[in-house]
Design a protein around this ligand. Structure first.
Ligand code: PEP
Length: 251
């Protein structure tokens, strides 16, 4: 296990109304969470500032994406420096929905990591294989290429400002959670890859999150795995009481 604090991310994706977000913030603020866990929730860009202003510590916020370079004539985009200016500490990059639906490739994700880190943001970098890649025997190549692109764009010193989320695409939003064996196998591989290709000390401290159909029923088993240092939670992060339970899953 990485030596950093257990980490729970909540990815709200493209969900929420002013009312539902206000209620979710209320539920989180009323919840009891351990001070030893780092917790970051990620509303949409339009809800981000409102959530940041109303959510109590220790909850932090993350954006779900940002532009690859300095802002300017990039209609529809939000830049890393804008997020930093608003006091948003974290950004999720390379989520599988952006990789598949918005055609973000490994190189673009690596470049986004580099720019966001250079602007003082901390990064939740997402990797993970599709079912087809797993079943055709290409899983390790896919994961290694995703890691390599991130590593190519990250200085050794900046790895302390990054967590890696392993999210098998076939487990995201499907209700099909990875088995503990499947999750542990990939997490151990990621840590070994980082030890070999980046630096053993970075690997020791790196938090590797699991994401994909985590809920308040399966979180405890997964939280006990040797190389699982936290979770990135989608659907279950929209339900305050479930998310609070997941925040309490590490014992
Ligand atoms: C995610 O989108 O990061 C995710 C893990 O989604 P879900 O928990 O809904 O599978």
């Amino acid at each position: 296990r990485g030596s950093g604090r257990f980490f729970i991310g909540g990815n709200w994706k493209c969900n929420g109304t002013i009312d539902s977000v206000t209620q979710l913030v209320k539920d989180l603020n009323a919840g009891s969470v351990p001070s030893t866990v780092e917790i970051v929730v990620s509303p949409t860009f339009v809800h981000l500032d409102m959530v940041k202003r109303t959510l109590r510590a220790p909850f932090q916020v993350a954006a779900q994406d940002c532009w690859v370079s300095k802002g300017g004539a990039f209609t529809g985009e939000v830049s890393a420096e804008m997020l930093h200016d608003f006091g948003i500490p974290w950004v999720i990059l390379g989520h599988s929905e952006r990789r598949s639906l918005c055609r973000e490739d490994d190189e673009l994700v690596g470049m986004k990591c580099e720019y966001a880190l250079s602007q003082g943001l901390k990064v939740i970098a997402c990797i993970g294989e599709t079912l087809e890649q797993r079943e055709s025997g290409h899983m390790w190549d896919v994961i290694d290429a995703q890691l390599q692109a991130i590593a190519n764009h990250t200085t050794i010193g900046n790895w302390t400002n990054m967590v890696v989320a392993y999210e098998p695409v076939w487990a995201i939003g499907t209700g099909v959670v990875a088995t503990p064996e499947q999750a542990q196998e990939v997490h151990a591989h990621v840590r070994a890859w980082v030890a070999k290709n980046v630096n053993p000390q970075v690997a020791d401290t790196l938090r590797i999150l699991y994401g994909g159909s985590v809920n308040d029923q399966n979180c405890e088993t997964l939280a006990n795995l040797e190389d699982v240092d936290g979770f990135l939670v989608g659907g279950a992060s929209l339900k305050g009481p479930s998310f609070i339970k997941i925040c309490n899953s590490e014992h």
